[in-house]
Design a protein around this ligand. Structure first.
Ligand SMILES: *[C@@H]1O[C@H](CO)[C@@H](O)[C@H](O)[C@H]1NC(C)=O
Ligand SMILES: *[C@@H]1O[C@H](CO)[C@@H](O)[C@H](O)[C@H]1NC(C)=O
Ligand SMILES: *[C@@H]1O[C@H](CO)[C@@H](O)[C@H](O)[C@H]1NC(C)=O
Ligand SMILES: CC(=O)N[C@H]1CO[C@H](CO)[C@@H](O)[C@@H]1O
Ligand SMILES: [Cu+2]
Length: 581
């Protein structure tokens, strides 16, 4: 049975909600048609630089916004020289120019970006769906999409709320949809963001299909004096994710859930065998003997990466997520959870060898899972020129110092707990934050302009990257829950979800794990260690000034916070966040 047929049958099956046993049987044969990625030759494709789209133009020397039109198209993409073209969903200004990842959007401080995101997708998905996790369900068919600018500080109606989805031609829109053109103010600190789909219950499949792209916000006045590597050759986003393929080149996602009688398709974590950078599996880049800046975005659904260079070359970390650090941190390895961003300078003039492999040794799931193999342990290769040359870029001693913030600034403390629920066979069925599904009434209502302490209690066995929309946060400390009494505490929490009543202070007294130096700046995603309480300081205002937001953050539909393992987010590890006056 060929893949299209299997998939088509599967969609029909989903619609009819036929039993999974039957589905498993039908597609089982087909699952064996996996492409063995070990057969792909590594480092043969050149690393692409995605098309750059500027959200502004110069009128008599003054920068003015241009309204961008970016479509989502069904097209084919070559992930590797020797892999057949893969059907994908891709962002671009036209079907022909659409890429995976999508174009890099360039924005400048103080100049608004306007984007009309247009859905040109066909009526059925290229990946299996699961109707039991309540995905956005248009009455008239089509694929619901909505774009979130991750790390952006902007109005709620432009935040890409999961229920603000729309189908092709805006034929049908979700309950929280309000308008066609998104408005990003760009009044925040300079740094790295990324845009991606955020439709209810479909985020993992829409991203897997290719709907991701980088967004860079520059602020020349504060960045130029740093003299970091600049220009498209030396300053490049690297969008990293993992995918598996079938022999026909199509993206493989297991169509059988881990608890098929409960969720026909949903699995707690997607892992692919091939590591893709800027749309190519294990690409290569020829570099000059000088400094380069790489803005590395982890766009995996669930894979963590711990990057290091095969020849011991250093990373000089200058920023994490969407903000600069106060000073550079030199390190041999960086651990990125899904959707985290690390901004690094690599000085190839110090390379002791002609070629260097960017490698990964994070187990998956992280931290307790399987070790990486020959394939997932490699990311890309750099071929370093023999010629030494003068380098005009620097690594300054100081970067950008934002005013300090500490726990004494916080107006209140909230406890946020993460739960995973399992079936009789001990397989995860769904995950909740605070024991509540997404559609339960809002419980987190921070006041605009304030700072809060969030004590995040991870009561599961996995590391969950927590992402907060609008707010930026600093990680204060990570404290292990004492093993003695943990069962009692977990039992109490599962029943009442009340950390104070369950006497968190009695249990949160274990070993403290230091926050790594390059993760002490402002972040928008952080890894919540299992069995730990992570204290974060969340700021609901800009980090570089006390100015109030230039939009009304209290509008509908509000914001959200969630786990950024997309498979968890889709199965309810997300909660509303409503800012109040
Ligand atoms: C797909 O998932 C099912 C259920 O977890 C599992 O039994 C099966 O082996 C998986 N198939 C592949 C090819 O990994
Ligand atoms: C990317 O993010 C995923 C999901 O959060 C995580 O599992 C993976 O380790 C991260 N990879 C890298 C390279 O940071
Ligand atoms: C905001 O105001 C407080 C108190 O006046 C000051 O300490 C802090 O540095 C200011 N923060 C910023 C980001 O300017
Ligand atoms: C890996 C790990 O430490 N997991 C722990 C996470 O937290 C729960 C509840 O606190 C423990 O039961 C797990 O052992
Ligand atoms: Cu999670």
């Amino acid at each position: 049975m060929d893949s299209m047929l299997c998939r088509r049958r599967m969609n029909i099956a989903m619609v009819l909600i036929l039993t999974l046993t039957w589905l498993g049987g039908i597609c089982g044969e087909f699952e064996e048609q996996l492409f063995e990625v070990g057969k792909l030759k590594m480092f043969v494709d050149e690393l692409p630089d995605m098309p750059r789209l500027h959200g502004f133009h110069s009128v008599h020397g003054v920068l003015k916004p241009i309204s961008l039109q970016i479509g989502m198209f069904y097209t084919k993409w070559k992930f590797h020289r020797d892999l057949p073209p893969t059907p994908v969903f891709a962002y671009g200004t036209s079907r022909r120019s659409a890429t995976v990842p999508g174009p890099t959007i360039e924005a400048v401080y103080g100049v608004d970006t306007y984007v009309t995101w247009r859905n040109h997708l066909p009526s059925s998905h290229i990946l299996p769906l699961d109707l039991t996790i309540s995905p956005a369900a248009p009455k008239y068919g089509g694929i619901p999409t909505v774009v979130h600018l991750h790390g952006g500080i902007h109005e709620p109606s432009s935040d890409g709320n999961a229920d603000a989805w729309f189908t092709a031609g805006f034929r049908e829109t979700g309950p929280k949809w309000t308008k066609t053109t998104m408005h990003y103010e760009n009044m925040q600190q300079p740094g790295n963001m990324w845009y991606h789909d955020h439709a209810m219950g479909l985020t993992r499949v829409n991203l897997l299909a290719g709907l991701v792209g980088a967004y860079i916000l520059r602020h020349n006045t504060v960045e130029a004096p740093l003299r970091l590597p600049t220009g498209n050759e030396f300053d490049r986003p690297l969008v990293v994710f993992d995918r598996s393929f079938r022999k026909d080149g199509s993206i493989y996602m297991n169509a059988t859930g881990n608890n098929p009688s409960i969720h026909p398709q949903w699995q707690p974590e997607y892992f692919g065998d091939a590591i893709i950078v800027n749309g190519k599996a294990w690409p290569r880049l020829s570099v000059r003997r000088r400094k380069y800046r790489f803005r590395i975005i982890n766009a995996s659904n669930a894979r963590f990466f711990r990057f290091f260079f095969s020849n011991g070359l250093d990373f000089v970390v200058v920023g994490s997520d969407s903000a600069y650090l106060s000073k550079p941190v030199t390190t041999k390895s960086v651990l990125l959870s899904p959707s985290e961003i690390v901004d690094v300078v690599v000085d190839f003039s110090k390379s002791p060898s002609r070629t260097v492999v960017l490698a990964n040794d994070a187990p998956y799931p992280y931290p307790g899972g399987d070790p990486v193999n020959e394939e997932s342990g490699k990311v890309m290769k750099f071929i370093v020129s023999d010629d030494y040359e003068a380098d005009t870029w620097t690594i300054p001693n100081k970067l950008i110092n934002y005013p300090p913030a500490d726990v004494s600034n916080a107006v209140l403390t909230r406890y946020i707990s993460m739960y995973e629920y399992v079936s009789d066979s001990d397989e995860p069925t769904h995950l909740y934050v605070n024991g509540l599904p997404y559609d339960a009434p809002v419980t987190e209502t921070p006041k605009a302009g304030t700072t809060e302490v969030w004590e995040v209690i991870n009561l599961t066995e996995d590391n969950h990257p927590l992402h907060i929309h609008l707010g930026l946060f600093k990680v204060v400390e990570q404290t292990a829950l004492l093993a003695a009494g943990l069962e009692e505490f977990t039992g109490c929490m599962t029943k009442y979800n009340d950390a104070v009543m369950c006497r968190i202070s009695k249990y949160a007294r274990g070993k403290k794990t230091a926050v790594t130096a390059h993760e002490r700046g402002w972040k928008n995603v952080f890894k919540m260690m299992p069995g730990h309480v992570t204290r974060i300081l969340v700021r609901f205002s800009y980090i570089h000034s006390n100015a109030s937001y230039p939009f009304d953050p209290t509008q509908e539909p509000g914001y959200v916070y969630h786990c950024h393992i997309l498979d968890h987010e889709d199965n309810m590890m997300m909660r509303p966040l409503k800012v109040i006056k």
